[in-house]
Each structure stands twice: as structure tokens, then as C-alpha cells.
Design a protein around this ligand. Sequence first.
Ligand SMILES: [Zn+2]
Length: 152
Amino acid sequence: MRYDHNNLGHRFLLGANIISALEDLKFSETVLDERNREVTMVRLSVCGNYKIVVFTTVNITDRMTRSIGKDAIRVLLLKKKGETEVFSPVSKNKRVFRVGKIEAIKERVVASVRECAMLAKEFKDKSCKSCGGSVFLSKKGNWVCEKFCWTN
Ligand SMILES: [Zn+2]
């Protein structure tokens, strides 16, 4: 079924599809921002240092995806900052546009989640060659020491 954002049934069905697919992947619903009214799905890594967040575009109240087609579903990988409880993004937003078949949109969300999980694994396997500390992926796509040890 081709998703039509003017069709309330489609919006409801897409919302339910995305959320149940994410629940199958052990995500749980979190309210990050009350004003935003958007269902946000979060999964914490086993080690507790990484988080995958999906901004579903599903409204908290009516459980339907937003009517406007242009704003995408966003999937993001976050990493815990040292010993703090602060998580900050370490990947670019992966955007999934709500176009095409409902099943295909859901599959693209799942694929983006897998990419984030792979990236988290890559992070864990990598460390700084100079100081052994954590690294992150720069905007240019290079692995950079989190402690910026070369500046010392
Ligand atoms: Zn270093």
C-alpha cells in the first residue's frame, strides 16, 4: 500500500508499524520534549555507553504520523560523554522520508537503526593510537581522539 499523507488511516497504520517494529528491536518509548508531541523511541546499548534514538514523527496523542510529508523520521546514534550522564550525537541524522509503501518506509527505519548499531560497534572497536582513549567520527569522516590528545 502506497503511503498517502492525506489519508488518516495510512498515517495511523504507518505510526503503528514503525512503533511495533522498533519495539521488536527492544526500543522503548520516551518523551524527550513535551512541547514536541512526538513519540521518541530509544534503545540503550548493553554497555550503557550508546543510545539509538528514533524521532518517529508519530504524534503522542493521536498516534498518527504527521500530516506533512516533508519532515523526515530521524534516526540518530548518541554516545555517553565520559563519566557523565550526558549523551551527545556521534552520527549525522539518518533521514527516512515518509514516501513509498508503508512496509518499505518501516524497512528503511529498521535499516537506519541497524546502521547506527554497526557504527556503535565500530566505535567500541576503535581507540586512539596515541593515548588509547575513545574516538569519535568527525564531520569529515575521520576518527578523532575524544581527548584531543595531539593538542597537548
Ligand atoms: Zn588520544
